[in-house]
Design a protein around this ligand. Sequence first.
Ligand code: HEC
Ligand code: HEC
Ligand code: HEC
Ligand code: HEC
Length: 114
Amino acid sequence: MRFAKLVALSTILLCAATTSGYAATGAERHVAKGVKCEICHGPDKANPQLPTIDNCKTCHDIKALVEKTKNIKPTNPHVSPHYQDQLDCVNCHYMHEEPVNFCDQCHTFGFKVP
Ligand code: HEC
Ligand code: HEC
Ligand code: HEC
Ligand code: HEC
């Protein structure tokens, strides 16, 4: 079931990525910067892996990121008393769908997640 969904979605995504010049989703913006699908999903197209924070960290320096967003009001989205700086990035930065403000399940920070 999950496998069938993966294959179907990957066909749609491949079409979207090759036919539209407009980089709407995070994945498309990454592809436009040369970050290919395989960098996030691994080489096996039939069995794509979901990227974790370890994958994101290979390009995004977390300490630098925390520093860069330290003045975001009302609080830094990249560090919290619950998860420190180790919350999996894709809890907020959905790459093929509207991003999500994970914290606002419980808070009302109103972050605009890119
Ligand atoms: C191979 C390197 C690479 C990997 C792996 C990578 N990124 Fe990026 N990311 C980039 C580059 C390059 C940019 C564009 C930076 C710029 O334009 O200044 C970027 C930009 C972003 C941005 C800025 C806003 C936007 O969407 O344009 C976010 C958020 C982001 N990445 C999140 C992630 C997350 C989450 C992951 C893991 C799922 C990830 N990245 C994995 C290279 C990478
Ligand atoms: C709680 C939600 C959340 C999580 C989890 C999260 N981010 Fe973000 N991220 C944000 C928000 C909100 C912004 C926009 C900050 C702003 O307004 O400038 C952002 C901005 C960014 C940017 C752009 C920074 C800039 O100004 O150039 C990058 C890159 C990024 N995040 C990468 C990551 C990576 C990598 C991880 C995992 C280590 C991660 N984020 C985890 C919410 C999140
Ligand atoms: C920057 C990392 C990144 C890039 C680049 C990226 N993806 Fe993804 N992909 C994700 C993340 C994270 C998810 C989890 C769902 C979401 O965030 O929307 C995902 C989900 C998927 C899924 C669905 C998996 C599931 O379990 O539902 C497929 C299929 C997929 N991506 C294919 C692609 C294809 C094809 C490309 C190249 C055009 C691509 N992705 C580029 C990060 C990426
Ligand atoms: C499952 C619910 C939940 C989620 C999700 C959650 N928090 Fe919290 N958070 C709480 C509770 C409960 C407290 C303690 C009570 C309080 O002070 O509001 C708290 C307290 C805090 C505090 C200290 C007090 C304050 O409100 O200033 C910060 C900072 C904070 N959270 C940041 C975050 C950030 C950033 C995220 C997302 C990365 C997040 N939280 C996600 C439930 C949550």
